[in-house]
Design a protein around this ligand. Structure first.
Ligand SMILES: [Zn+2]
Length: 455
């Protein structure tokens, strides 16, 4: 049996989104992740192109985590002929269903507006899920020939995993998105000492986050300031993980009497579904959370917290007098219910819009961060007079220093690092830092390039 794998990059290179890595083993073709390309729009046109390989030839798809830029093209992969097996952690599998159904709803609205043909259907989602198996971290599974694989905790969101492919004592490790540990909620990412080849995240490859230890204080200050001004605090938040972290943090601030009792709305049907999955996986949370759970605290519930059920309840939020906090779906403000809240509150100098997650280049969230005085929501121009704030410490992604430390942890065994899932500047910067500081060959691969890896 030859000990060689051919690794090709078909997405998530020189861009944050669209993760899609292809591995040709001795007898099988396997993918890691099959994500949606996203940028200025929820669904970039490139998603509609054919895959660069024949999906019917793929035996196995391993999924790192349930974010749409890692799973969003799976139903299209099925539609285009894939009938292999899908494997991830059980939490990722359970999160994938509401995430993909929500993705479809957003796509359908976009397709209606633009007249574009459907990328996939509900039936494609159901069929893909029927091929999907959830496995625990560290369970060794066959990959191809003598190669095996297992999942290791990536500490990024509930269920997130690194994919560790092992052959002949050597490891090819895909980090997926690496968590900004310690997270308020989930366990830390595992530290790796045995990677031979590393395919690693670089979303924040060229940037540092503010100190994680201050994030809750800053959140407290922003809530207090906005309440004092009598405004609304609008937080565009990804419905998966960021929203649950915010609920958990605000729950803690409320229960310790640190912020005034104001109404808090979670306005995202997706966040409601996702929070239900979180409640099924409480054992995956970190020790601090375990202790709170043991003391009987319901970490996703406190007085004046309301999950809105339908669009009628969503519209009713406008009639609740300020001050109030609205956590709404649409983390980069290019879709979701947050748009209506931003249209209402961005022109109000008393209100605050707070960014807690990654904002892609070109997104409205990024424009706000860059100080735009006006933004355009699907043709409707809105002036910006609200205070715009960002808390980097809640990022689910490790920053430049943290990524470099991760590589240093396995420097002794490393042969080569492929820097992926970052904007070009970020990926090139991190690759250079790895070469300079760790002394290991590091590249930011271009799309559709294949590398032969010796095992
Ligand atoms: Zn992610």
């Amino acid at each position: 049996m030859t000990h060689k794998l051919i690794l090709s990059f078909y997405g998530g290179v020189r861009s944050v989104t669209g993760s899609n890595f292809h591995i040709a083993g001795p007898t099988k073709k396997i993918l890691v992740d099959c994500g949606l390309f996203q940028g200025g729009t929820f669904c970039d046109d490139v998603n509609r192109e054919d895959f660069a390989y024949d999906p019917s030839t793929i035996a196995l798809l391993i999924v790192t985590h349930a974010h749409i830029d890692h799973i969003g093209r799976i139903p299209k992969l099925y539609r285009d002929g894939f009938r292999g097996k899908i494997v991830s952690t059980l939490a990722t599998k359970e999160l994938a269903e509401p995430m993909l159904l929500d993705c479809l709803a957003v796509l359908e609205r976009e397709e209606k507006r633009t007249g574009k043909s459907p990328l996939f259907s509900k039936e494609d989602i159901r069929s893909a899920l029927s091929l999907w198996e959830g496995i625990p971290y560290h369970e060794k599974k066959p990959f191809d020939g003598d190669f095996t694989f297992s999942l290791r905790d990536a500490g990024h969101i509930l269920g997130s995993a690194m994919v560790d492919i092992v052959g002949n004592g050597k490891h090819l490790l895909f980090t997926g998105d690496l968590g900004n540990s310690p997270s308020p909620l989930i366990k830390d990412a595992e530290i790796i000492h045995d990677a031979t080849y590393l395919v690693m995240d670089s979303v924040y490859g060229d940037r540092q986050h503010e100190d994680v230890s201050r994030r809750k204080e800053i959140l407290e200050d922003i809530i207090e300031e906005t309440v004092r001004r009598g405004g609304a605090l609008v937080i565009p938040a990804f419905s998966l993980e960021r929203t649950q972290i915010l609920i958990y943090e605000i729950n803690d601030l409320v229960e310790h009497g640190k912020i005034p009792h104001v109404p808090v709305f979670v306005d995202s049907p997706l966040a409601t579904h996702v929070t239900a999955v979180y409640r099924k996986h409480l054992a995956e949370f970190n020790d601090d959370v375990q202790e709170m759970l043991r003391s009987g605290d319901d970490i996703f519930s406190f007085p004046k917290l309301q999950f809105t059920k339908d669009s009628e309840e969503s519209r009713a939020i406008a009639h609740i007098p300020n001050p109030k906090i609205i956590i709404a779906g649409g983390g980069m403000s290019h879709g979701g219910r947050v748009i209506e809240h931003e249209k209402r509150h961005l022109p109000d100098p008393k209100s605050t819009v707070l960014m807690v997650g990654y904002q892609a280049a070109g997104s409205i969230g990024r424009q706000l961060q860059e100080g735009a005085k006006k933004v355009n929501f699907h043709g409707e121009e809105v002036s910006v007079r609200a205070t715009i704030r960002t808390i980097g410490g809640y990022s689910g992604h490790r920053d430049s220093k943290g990524l470099l430390e991760f590589v240093q942890g396995t420097a002794d065994t490393l042969r080569k690092v492929f820097v992926v899932a970052g904007e070009e500047r970020s990926a090139l910067f991190l690759a250079q830092r790895i070469r300079d500081y760790v002394g290991v060959d590091a590249v930011s691969p271009e799309p559709n390039i294949a590398y032969e890896l010796e095992f």
